[in-house]
Design a protein around this ligand. Structure first.
Ligand SMILES: Nc1ncnc2c1ncn2[C@@H]1O[C@H](COP(=O)(O)OP(=O)(O)OP(=O)(O)O)[C@@H](O)[C@H]1O
Length: 617
């Protein structure tokens, strides 16, 4: 009878990154101890621990049945086989069968309970990490490779589960098995058991030697896995660019190069795994030969029966793999430590902004007066500020056009208004209230942004339209679609509003995507609107067509229109022009060189003057 101990439920999980301390650790991943890993993730097992405990109990019961079954086997050998007494066969035979059934049921129940506990833990942990990432400023994912982030949210989280969930069950079960089989071996012949136990530490030494090599190989494998994911993700996301620039071959070569690194790392792991098994088996065989030789001598001297020797050997045959499993748990721990390094690096990243203790939501819908007062801001990763001493007011219902050269900080202004970041100096007010004193949910509910790049999800047209107001009825969705000029083209789509728009809305044209985004903004109905280059990528004719729904959207809302293109801007709109901080600095420097004592007339980045660019319409 063979009872399965709970093994890793993922048959070929790679050992993951753990760092070797020789500079192959990603710069961002700090080393963390096992204790910290437990402190961080143990609370996530709340409510699931009984399932894991049930898994342990069932596996322990199965191991006990196995111990008893081996005892019965010894009895059958001595009382039936050597004496040739068939009558004595039936009782132990039926007991053996009963034990096998109980062990089988216990094993089934244990495996299932462990799987439920472990998978729920995995689900919970992934949800937690993902919702944490969602709270971080967009800067977080912009500064990282998407493929690597994906690897952290999948493989690394699984590695942690294999320690905290199935790994813990395996640990307790294996310890129980070692105690039972060693105890049974001592019960049969304590002196013989003592001799063989002396060889047990050898197994642990071998595991330890292999564990450190596994860690190094796992580090390389995990890193190249992240690289490969990144190349794949970029290649697929930019497929049209790749083809348009005839770069298919170089992209394939790039994947091949990273794949080669991954292949080497995997081959090292395969080599180590291949070597580890035989090394341990040779050790096992040595032990069994010692036992058999010593046993034969004892049988000849009449101090041991054949059944006793066979049972003893069977206990050892079960004991050694259990000891070996203990060693392998060290490898699982390495893997989990690697995964937890990378996941905890994410969890340890604090959001750039949080709600203050005294922050409250807006009691009523704001009128939409936006005021920037001497706002200065520098991105954490940059030395130079993106905005300096920026001041302006946008009155309720007013259209304020914000223009300026590329890199002047126009989009940054929108990010600050949404509180993706807090300004380093100055303050931003909405209806006279510092936006730091308002909860972010309430603030963002009152501002709608139309991004430079139209962002759609891969759901249906309706899902995308209602994204900012999920509770909207179909009638409301259709009304917004009509206002934005979306309705007519949606009716021509195969499944109307239920037509799927493809990854990032790629099944729609640029103009259609933009109109869906406008309809989405109309449906959201926030008092403040930020339009960040709404005409980007559209030809003149499409841009003109978009203008009408845009005007409808802007009506009655405070609108900050960020644009390079002033042709579509109404004549009566107030225009502010931002100047890159770098250019200001250069100006200031020039003046100093010329020994000019006159201070800059407008120290801020903005000039509240009509634009220098001529309008053609
Ligand atoms: N996430 C970021 N991290 C670091 N620096 C950033 C980030 N986003 C923007 N910057 C830098 O801040 C400056 C202002 O960028 P911003 O996107 O606000 O300019 P912009 O005026 O909107 O430019 P464009 O008209 O080209 O869109 C630029 O120098 C840019 O490189």
């Amino acid at each position: 009878m063979v009872v399965e101990r709970p093994e890793s439920r993922r048959p070929h999980r790679r050992l993951s990154f753990s760092g070797t301390g020789r500079g192959d650790r990603p710069a961002l991943a700090p080393a963390v101890s096992l204790r910290r890993t437990f402190r961080e993730f143990w609370p996530d097992t709340e409510g699931l621990r009984w399932l894991l405990a049930a898994g342990v109990l069932c596996a322990v019961l199965a191991a006990l049945c196995e111990v008893a079954a081996i005892g019965l086997f010894g009895r059958i050998t001595d009382e039936v086989l050597t004496t040739r007494d068939l009558d004595a066969f039936w009782r132990p035979a039926f007991s053996w069968l009963a034990l096998a059934v109980v062990a089988g049921l216990a094993s089934l129940a244990g495996t299932y309970a462990t799987a439920v506990g472990a998978e729920r833990f995995l689900l919970r942990l992934r949800d937690r990490v993902f919702s944490h990432v969602q709270r971080l400023s967009p800067d977080f994912s912009e500064n990282r490779r998407l493929g690597d982030l994906m690897a952290r949210l999948t493989d690394d989280i699984e590695a942690i589960e294999e320690l905290m969930g199935s790994g813990l069950v395996k640990l307790f079960t294996t310890i129980a098995s070692v105690i039972f089989f060693a105890g049974a071996a001592f019960y049969v012949r304590w002196d013989l058991a003592l001799v063989t136990m002396a060889l047990v530490p050898l197994f642990l030494v071998v595991s330890k030697v292999f564990a450190s090599r596994f860690r190094t190989a796992a580090a390389r494998e995990r890193r190249s896995n992240g690289d490969m994911n990144s190349v794949l993700e970029e290649g697929l996301a930019n497929q049209s660019l790749v083809q348009a620039y005839n770069r298919q071959q170089s992209e394939s070569q790039r994947l091949h190069r990273t794949g080669l690194g991954w292949l080497r790392a995997n081959l090292t792991q395969a080599w180590l795994s291949g070597l580890y098994g035989p090394a341990v088996r040779v050790l096992e065989t040595c032990c069994l030969i010692v036992v058999l030789g010593f046993g034969a001598w004892e049988i000849a001297a009449g101090r041991l029966t054949i059944g006793g020797l066979l049972a003893f050997a069977a206990y050892l045959a079960m004991l050694y793999p259990a000891v070996q499993s203990l060693g392998e748990i060290a490898l699982t721990v390495s893997e989990a430590a690697a995964g937890s390094d990378r996941v905890m690096e994410i969890l340890g990243t604090r959001p750039a902004v949080t709600d203050g203790d005294t922050a409250t939501p807006f009691a009523t819908r704001p009128r939409g007066r936006v005021e920037f007062q001497h706002v200065g801001f520098r991105y954490p990763s940059r030395r130079r500020p993106a905005l300096q001493n920026l001041s302006f007011v946008a009155e309720p219902g007013e259209l304020l056009v914000c223009t300026g050269p590329s890199g002047a900080g126009k989009s940054t202004l929108a990010k600050l208004l949404l509180r993706f970041y807090d300004p380093g100096s100055g303050r931003i007010l909405l209806d006279g209230v510092d936006i730091r004193e308002v909860t972010r949910d309430s603030l963002r509910a009152n501002i709608t942004v139309l991004h430079q790049e139209t962002l759609l999800f891969s759901g249906s047209v309706r899902d995308n339209l209602a994204y900012g107001r999920p509770a909207a009825t179909l009638d409301e969705v259709i009304r917004a679609a009509e206002l934005a000029g979306v309705h007519d083209f949606v009716r021509t789509l195969p499944q109307g509003y239920d037509t799927r728009v493809g990854q990032r809305g790629r099944l729609l044209s640029g103009g259609q995507r933009q109109r869906v985004a406008i309809a989405r903004a109309i449906l959201r109905d926030a008092p403040v609107l930020v339009l960040d280059e709404p005409m980007t990528g559209l030809d003149q004719a499409t841009a003109t067509r978009i203008m009408e729904p845009l005007r409808l959207l802007m009506a009655g809302r405070t609108t900050i229109l960020i644009t390079h293109d002033l042709r579509q801007v109404p004549h009566d709109a107030r225009v502010i022009e931002l100047e890159p901080v770098a250019r200001q600095d250069r100006l200031r420097l020039k003046r100093r060189r010329r020994h000019e004592v006159r201070p800059l007339k407008i120290p801020s980045t903005i000039l509240l003057t009509p634009p220098r660019v001529s309008r053609s319409d």
